[in-house]
Design a protein around this ligand. Structure first.
Ligand SMILES: Cc1cc2nc3c(=O)[nH]c(=O)nc-3n(C[C@H](O)[C@H](O)[C@H](O)COP(=O)(O)OP(=O)(O)OC[C@H]3O[C@@H](n4cnc5c(N)ncnc54)[C@H](O)[C@@H]3O)c2cc1C
Length: 103
């Protein structure tokens, strides 16, 4: 069996490890922060509110089928574009669906 080492255990590393695990590859995640995923101490934005846009959530739900349910159980809320104001480069965007959670 091939053995792949993934450097970094946050969203990109965990998602890569998930995809690799489907290919019968042994995966080791190396994460210097002590634990992987979520609101790690080394991430400066850990105290902020976070939004996960709907397309990202949909794709992640395909790989992690309980993700939305677990996030909601953990305090996240599903919100529609009418409930959220989003600004990109100073301009309001409309019609987004997002999932919010805070620490
Ligand atoms: C202020 C701020 C607010 C944000 N808000 C949002 C938001 O609301 N919604 C959203 O979707 N995105 C948000 N982002 C963006 C989001 O945080 C990043 O896109 C995302 O964290 C990138 O994930 P990543 O796994 O690629 O990298 P990171 O999250 O940076 O993870 C990299 C990992 O690699 C580890 N690492 C580093 N060096 C090594 C090494 N040499 N060997 C092994 N491991 C190593 C680190 O410890 C870390 O765990 C925000 C970013 C910032 C700065």
């Amino acid at each position: 069996m091939r053995h792949v080492v993934v450097l970094g255990g946050n969203i990109a590393g965990l998602t890569a490890a998930r995809v690799l695990s489907q290919a019968s590859v042994r995966v080791t995640i190396v994460e210097p922060d002590g634990h992987s995923g979520g609101l790690r101490n080394g991430v400066p934005q850990r105290q902020q509110l976070h939004a996960l846009l709907d397309m990202g959530r949909t794709q992640l739900d395909r790989m992690f089928p309980r993700l939305t349910r677990d996030l909601v159980a953990d305090g996240a809320s599903l919100a529609s574009g009418e409930e959220i104001e989003m600004y990109t480069a100073g301009r309001a965007s409309s019609g987004c669906r997002a999932m919010n959670w805070s620490a």
